[in-house]
Design a protein around this ligand. Structure first.
Ligand SMILES: [Zn+2]
Length: 372
């Protein structure tokens, strides 16, 4: 593996920088990597520093060339005599900018022509695990984490993934995909990127909703918060100060407890301290805990998926409890958070006015992949 790596890297570099001689034109393509600067590509095309200075001072639009990011692409097109004809700058997250040179002056044209750009695809077919198989398919670990964070809202990676399931990523030149699609035996989940007005790129289902859900503040109809999150609280039964790493909602015994967002039942058990307790997992990092329940909802068991607002149990006073209340915890990557203070990600939506173009893009990707 190591032996063949270097020669193929050199070959890739040669191919990357080698001009193609189609129809007498010299058409060079460059892709921006971390630390690249535009002048490097300009000089690589055999163009002079004087011309670069002329270009950069020709229009303030030229400043855009000093602001490039990994994944952006350039084409530098030369005339037969190797003089500059055209520069096509295709930023990852913006429309292409064409700069023409007639030997005397530069002219600029910004196109909104992303629709006919070429998409490429990576298919990860599950043999062992997403981590293993994605790495084998050359998918960056950051992207794998992003896939897990999103799809964990609908798939339990430890239970639901089957050999032969596929993940398809569609690319438009950047380091994050345009679309992420899971194709399993029982379901297909397709997520498409959309950049909001603040320039944040997120992934949405074809309905224009992010895959996460906005959490209800409390999983129960309560009369008051009888005890908040605190690092030091007097424990009347243990007669000592202990941290209270949850929120207590006072409510009569038998009050229904509902899932505050969709999730997966990780754990249903009776423990000495917590009494009857439920752990729900939401996405890849978030776990919620419901303790001191009098009983569980019928049929609730680990591995079951619950919807937002679905009944999971009833308030009680089991375990180490001084009276009926719901002890509720939010943990992120195992760290307890204050439910009264934490700002959890809300569900985002694609604005109504943008839905037609968003769905057009989604349809095109599904069509190319032959997914209905
Ligand atoms: Zn408590």
């Amino acid at each position: 593996m190591q032996k063949s790596f270097l020669p193929s890297l050199f070959l890739a570099l040669i191919l990357l920088y080698a001009p193609s001689h189609a129809k007498g034109n010299h058409d060079l393509s460059f892709k921006v990597s971390r630390g690249d600067a535009f002048y490097k590509f300009f000089f690589n095309a055999g163009l002079s520093g004087d011309l670069l200075t002329k270009l950069m001072s020709s229009d303030k639009k030229a400043q855009r060339l000093n602001n490039i990011f990994p994944g952006d692409k350039f084409r530098i097109i030369l005339n037969d005599d190797h003089s500059l004809k055209e520069i096509v700058f295709s930023p990852l997250n913006d429309n292409p900018l064409n700069i023409y040179y007639d030997g005397d002056t530069f002219s600029y044209e910004k196109k909104d022509a992303r629709a006919d750009s070429e998409l490429t695809y990576t298919v990860v077919k599950i043999q062992k695990s997403l981590n293993y198989d994605a790495k084998k398919a050359g998918v960056d670990s950051e992207v794998v984490k992003m896939m897990v964070d999103h799809f964990s809202w609908e798939i339990d990676f430890s239970r639901d993934l089957r050999k032969g399931d596929r993940f398809v990523l569609s690319w438009n030149g950047g380091n994050t995909p345009e679309a992420m699609i899971y194709i399993g035996d029982r379901k297909t989940i397709a997520l498409f990127s959309y950049k909001d007005s603040q320039g944040r790129k997120k992934y949405y289902t074809s309905n224009g909703l992010t895959i996460n859900e906005t959490f209800a503040f409390a999983p129960v109809k309560y009369s008051r918060i009888s005890s908040g999150f605190s690092k030091r609280r007097w424990h009347p039964k243990l007669k000592t100060y202990r941290p209270h790493r949850g929120t207590d909602f006072a409510a009569p015994k038998g009050t229904p407890v509902y899932a505050p967002a969709k999730g997966l039942v990780k754990y249903v058990a009776t423990l000495s301290g917590y009494g009857n307790v439920i752990y729900l997992k939401h996405g890849s990092e978030l776990v919620t805990v419901y303790a001191h329940l009098s009983r569980f909802a019928k049929g609730l068991k680990s591995g079951k998926r619950v919807k937002k607002g679905e009944l999971i149990g009833y308030v009680g006073s089991t375990g180490m409890s001084t009276g009926p209340h719901l002890h509720y915890e939010i943990r992120i990557n195992g760290i307890h958070k204050d439910a009264e203070k934490i700002k959890l990600d809300k569900r985002s939506t694609v604005p109504n006015s943008e839905i037609p173009s968003f769905q057009k893009k989604a349809k095109r990707i599904l069509f190319e992949l032959n997914i209905k």
